[in-house]
Write a protein of this length. Structure first.
Length: 507
């Protein structure tokens, strides 16, 4: 299974750890030295059906100042429709590979072919810190394996000598300037070069400001290494929250706005029954649990953990596509179930709010397409999270588009997005949507009974007001959609914006 090129080391033992989800190979050893460096090369082949994670133990002696790894693997031709080879990589230090443990030192997935860690610095995606003596583990993640198998080569280099002084992390503040209680625009799903993105944090911050955003959330794949690289980019005009995109083999979830320095493990599947443990960890760290692109078609992207632990769901991810349409319909089905079961409106947690983010990685990905617009008491981490958790938000394709959505009864009763209009079932209710920035778009009002009202196209100016009268007995909730016009056919156009619902009736 694994060979080392050094003389005297032949085919090595294989050890299975835990369930069948991980496999540990024989240990790679290094001799102690006062200075200079030593290199070992390890070769092996992984067959189809390999476990999710393969660990290569490396015995690190005293006196090491830098741990460096490079790797490569073959990519043979495969038949159309068959997955080829893709091998991810990461690192755990001498504290071990225990699930949720403290040994995590970095993950680059398949974005890099080499990395290093030392006390003062590390490759993006990895955590700087001392290289202490003990058994470290290189983590290989065979994402997909071709029918021919996956042949790989690892080169491990240890450099000896006096380590540099460790860097002290500085994190962005939890508060920006703000405008008091107001609508704030944000993008909560972004990738920089600290995972598989190609933009620097500085480039992302500049693009976020240009897009008219008030807040962003750092969400790198399976690493929190970017947390300490945002502080100098925050300001009174831009709140920067930090988190992680927990990228499992059964779906991705945003840990949105966690305490800086929080690492959330991803090494489990739905059948392992471990997601609840890490969802609770996210909330203990002050974050929100937000399943991302739940109906995405990429391998491992489709959400399979259920929504019982979710605080919100990312219904719209990047430019609007058919899988977003499926996610929107699925979310609407959850709203219907909540009113059927009588659970909507219970402290803001009885129904699942929706949001949208760009999932931007590189040019030409547009930051802020889409963006979540949140009614919050201030521009702080807690206030933004409270607004999202309560569903006081809508999603728009850009800062040019604004919505004001309300429901009113005949006696001055009034409710906005994410709220309840407490009226008798037969009380007339006027639903009103004011729109700007949506030229030639069509407004639809969607209820638990389906689409019950569709307005005519908005004028070229993009501004307009659409009203509809109903009752709570006819519609248990109403939400608004603004859609682009279509050239032909009965299908609705792509979304330009949508709101979370206003609930009607007493509970």
């Amino acid at each position: 299974m694994c060979e080392e090129s050094s003389a005297g080391i032949g085919r090595r033992a294989v050890f299975v750890t835990g369930a069948a989800a991980a496999l540990t190979l024989g240990t790679v050893s290094f001799a102690s030295a006062a200075e200079g460096q030593q290199t070992r090369t390890i070769r092996g082949t992984l067959p189809t059906g390999s476990p999710d994670f393969v660990y290569v133990p490396v015995e690190v002696p005293d006196g090491v100042r830098e741990f460096r790894v490079s790797y490569s693997y073959d990519k043979p031709a495969v038949p159309a429709g068959t997955a080829g080879n893709a091998l991810d990589i990461g690192l755990f230090d001498e504290r071990g590979t225990e699930l949720g443990g403290r040994g995590f030192r970095g993950w680059s997935g398949g974005a890099r072919t080499e990395f290093f860690v030392r006390a003062d610095e590390a490759t993006p995606g990895y955590l700087p810190g001392p290289v202490r003596a003990g058994t470290w583990h290189i983590a290989l993640g065979p994402y997909t394996v071709a029918p021919q198998g996956l042949a790989y080569e690892l080169t491990v280099t240890l450099a000896y000598g006096e380590p540099a002084a460790a860097a002290t992390p500085v994190y962005p503040p939890e508060r920006a300037g703000g405008r008091g209680r107001a609508w704030y625009r944000g993008d909560c799903h972004l990738h920089s070069w600290y995972s598989d993105g190609r933009r620097t944090p500085a480039e992302i911050a500049a693009l976020a400001r240009a897009a008219g955003l008030d807040f962003i959330n750092s969400s790198e794949h399976n690493t929190h290494a970017a947390h300490a690289h945002w502080a100098e980019l925050a300001g009174d005009d831009l709140l920067i929250m930090v988190g992680e995109e927990v990228t499992t083999r059964n779906g991705h979830v945003l840990a949105l706005g966690t305490d800086p320095g929080t690492f959330v493990d991803w090494r489990y599947r739905a059948r392992d029954n471990r997601f609840g443990r890490f969802a609770r960890q996210i909330r203990r760290a002050g974050g929100l649990v937000v399943p991302a692109h739940p109906h995405a078609t990429c391998i491992g992207c489709n959400w399979k953990f259920g929504f019982d632990e979710a605080d919100a769901v990312e219904v719209w991810n990047g430019p609007y596509t058919p899988d977003d349409e499926v996610a929107l319909a699925d979310w609407d089905g959850m709203l219907v179930a909540s009113v059927r079961d009588g659970s909507d409106g219970r402290d803001g947690r009885g129904w699942l709010p929706a949001m949208g983010s760009s999932d931007s990685h590189r040019d030409p990905d547009v930051i802020g397409l889409p963006q979540t617009v949140v009614l919050a008491d201030d521009l702080t981490r807690r206030a933004i999270q409270d607004g999202i958790r309560a569903g006081r938000c809508y999603v728009a394709e850009s800062a040019r588009l604004t919505l004001a959505f309300t429901a009113a009864g005949g006696r001055g009763e009034h409710a906005g997005i994410g709220e309840r209009l407490a009226v008798a079932g037969d009380t007339p209710v006027t639903v009103r949507l004011a729109v700007t920035g949506a030229p030639r778009c069509t407004v639809r009002f969607v209820t638990d009974q389906g689409v019950l009202h569709t307005g005519g196209p908005l004028p070229v100016s993009g501004e307009g007001v659409v009203e509809w009268r109903t009752t709570a007995s006819y519609a248990a909730y109403v939400r608004a959609e603004v859609r682009h016009e279509v050239a032909a056919g009965a299908l609705p156009g792509a979304l330009a914006a949508f709101t979370n619902p206003v609930f009607l009736g007493r509970r």
